[in-house]
Write a protein that binds this ligand. Structure first.
Ligand code: NAG
Length: 400
């Protein structure tokens, strides 16, 4: 707990000293106010208002950063709590508190020097790939020091891995990562950085940077001074938006600048099955357990129970067949839908003979409807290869 607070304060100090960008601004504003003493009070007042506005703006940024840090802090507390539970289960008879302390200091020493825990928060909305500002920024003017983590209004974000259009990211030539972000096991990697200019996505081959993936799915970057002005490192708004798309959504963009989650069109489900019974049936069999499954697209047929369950509402077509083999006996197979006997396959032969029969049925079914075949009476013949006692069906049209 204490350690986290110290870390947060350390980051906070780095922020408020404004290593990035604004320290120069502060000085120049102060100088301006000093040199205004001989001007009209109205002009001085206006300058003071402007300065207040700037401070307010800065305050907002700091509040956002504070919010981000609070979230990170909460998340790491949660992870620690989870780990502790796991450990308690595994260790018997050790003093828990001692173990915990030991573990923590051990982890702490490993953390020391790990950029995943020592970085500066870089939360500047103008760096987003979808912003165009009048005032162009140049990262060559920044004294880069150590590692940075990109945020967009308090939300973790990463650099783009593709060419960014000109004049985005608050600069003329946006800098993007010419290579994939690393996996966690790769540790720290070096990546080329490209600046887009005049139809050339890599017109500026800027100084390479270092990147690391951290636990918790974020990246830290060791930025360096770009080779010239106006170049600035980008924050890919797409990673923010697309990361929030749900499972039935995809991320869409016409211009590769603005992105949004779109719900996938529900394409008609494909449901088909064809199964057979590889033996003989005599007398009453309440539900034929067709054990040979040849087709089961959509997995709606259950081999164990012999039941087909409609996974969606729609129009279904079924067929079922048998090979009756007996003299003087009726052989009846019924198709049963939701407990109702709806179609029969009937044979009645008087001479010792055998005859095949096939019946079909088409119906509307609600989702969850249950369909199976019952052998009501008589004798049916099949062997493993004959495909004479069969059952099958298809979803023909899905309905809303
Ligand atoms: C950029 O994208 C973010 C996230 O979708 C959005 O909130 C913001 O308004 C966009 N900015 C511009 C200038 O379109």
């Amino acid at each position: 707990m204490d350690k986290m607070v110290v870390l947060a304060v350390a980051v906070f100090v780095t922020l408020s000293s404004c290593a990035v960008g604004c320290s120069g601004n502060t000085n120049s504003t102060e100088l301006k106010l000093w040199s205004m003493e001989d001007q009209s009070t109205a002009a001085q007042l206006a300058a003071v208002f402007k300065e207040m506005e700037r401070i307010r703006c800065e305050q907002t940024t700091l509040e956002q950063q504070q919010h981000a840090l609070t979230q990170m802090h909460a998340a790491s507390q949660k992870r620690r709590a989870q780990k502790k539970v796991g450990r308690n289960v595994l260790t018997y008879g050790t003093n828990d508190e001692e173990e915990d302390n030991l573990h923590f200091s051990e982890k702490d020493s490993r953390r020391r020097g790990d950029p995943c825990f020592h970085y500066t928060v870089l939360d500047q909305a103008w760096r987003a790939t979808n912003t165009t500002t009048k005032f162009k920024m140049c990262d060559r003017n920044v004294k880069w020091k150590g590692w940075y983590r990109l945020f967009y209004k308090g939300k973790s974000i990463q650099m783009p891995e593709r060419c960014v259009p000109l004049n985005k990211c608050g600069t003329n030539s946006p800098l993007w990562l010419a290579g994939p972000h690393p996996k966690r096991r790769e540790g720290i990697v070096t990546r080329r950085v490209c600046g887009h200019w005049k139809k050339n996505c890599c017109a500026f081959r800027s100084t390479p940077i270092k990147v690391k993936k951290c636990l918790g799915n974020y990246y830290v970057y060791k930025f360096t001074q770009p080779s010239s002005c106006y170049l600035a490192y980008c924050a890919d708004i797409n990673t923010l938006v697309c990361g929030q798309c749900r499972r039935n959504q995809y991320c869409e963009s016409r211009d590769k600048i603005n992105w949004r989650c779109k719900t996938k069109k529900t394409s008609s489900k494909k449901i088909h099955f064809f199964v057979s019974y590889p033996g003989q049936l005599r007398g009453k069999v309440n539900r034929i357990k067709y054990s040979k499954v040849l087709v089961n697209m959509g997995r709606a047929f259950n081999r164990r129970t012999g039941v087909f369950r409609a996974p969606v509402k729609g129009v279904y077509q079924f067929f079922f067949s048998t090979q009756a083999a007996s003299a003087g006996l009726k052989t009846d197979l019924w198709l049963v839908v939701n407990g109702y006997w709806v179609a029969v396959s009937h044979t009645h032969i008087s001479r010792p003979s055998t005859v095949g029969s096939l019946s079909m049925y088409m119906t509307f079914l609600r989702r969850g409807a249950v369909v199976y075949v019952t052998h009501n009476c008589g004798r049916s013949w099949a062997n493993a290869a004959s495909m004479t006692i069969t059952f099958g069906g298809s979803l023909i049209a899905q309905l809303k």
